[in-house]
Ligand binder design. Structure first.
Ligand code: CU
Length: 125
């Protein structure tokens, strides 16, 4: 009985080892895109010269776009008003940053409540 048990021991051991190796390989494969995803951070849109820059953006559902008011002493007021998604930054003081999370797929236009010529087209995929 005791001998059989000893003889069998290496097998669960080896099984455990390979499971750990598989877990490590899986972790390595998963950690890389996670790290890359974390590193790229929000997409930045500036408002210098009363214009969104870039003016066209393609993002994935759940992505964050950060709208930066780098336009001297000017106040901006970014908003989205559509059937299934809306957003309102309120008054954006000079130097302020506003995060928008595009939580659903579609085509949206970000406008400025103060400068009607400002348009930012966002395609959320
Ligand atoms: Cu504006």
């Amino acid at each position: 009985m005791g001998w059989t048990l000893t003889a069998c021991l290496p097998e669960p051991d080896a099984g455990l080892h390979s499971t750990w190796q598989a877990a490590r390989a899986l972790l390595a494969a998963c950690a890389l895109p996670l790290l890359v995803g974390a590193a790229h951070g929000p997409m930045i849109v500036t408002q210098h010269g009363r214009a969104f820059e870039p003016g066209d953006l393609t993002v994935s559902v759940g992505d964050t776009v950060q709208i930066v008011n780098d336009d001297g002493e000017l106040i901006h007021h970014a908003y989205v008003s559509s059937e299934n998604f809306s957003f309102d930054s309120g008054d954006q003081e000079p130097g302020s940053k506003t995060d928008v999370v595009f939580s659903m797929a579609g085509h949206f236009t970000v406008l400025c409540g103060i400068h009607p010529k400002m348009h930012l087209h966002v395609s959320v995929q």
